[in-house]
Design a protein around this ligand. Sequence first.
Ligand SMILES: [Cu+2]
Length: 125
Amino acid sequence: MRSISIKVFIVAICALVLSTNTPAMAHTALVSSTPRNGATIRVTPKNFVLNFSEVLAAIDDKSINTITLIGPTKNRVKLDLIRVLESRLSAKPFAPLPIGRYEIKYRVVAEDGHALNGVIKFSIQ
Ligand SMILES: [Cu+2]
């Protein structure tokens, strides 16, 4: 009987934790991106654009959000004009990109202080 009461206790705690996580407190999420995750494209995009569900944070007007482009040989590809505008993070490729597989790695912090990391994979053929 003792193990059953412990299980009931654990379930009750989980329910309490879940119920306090209301939709209004939802953390930021990636809503859309250009290019999309898994996309195959034929030309270098003019812009990389990541749209999030929450406004992104800044400290003393400095962006604390990062975006990195990793190229076909796991090399870091230079990006230009990295910008944050409300819930949007964007950057431009510095030069036309060679054919191959790429990863956009991002780390953003929403205004509620929570961070989100992610990877968008695409290839240029
Ligand atoms: Cu949050």
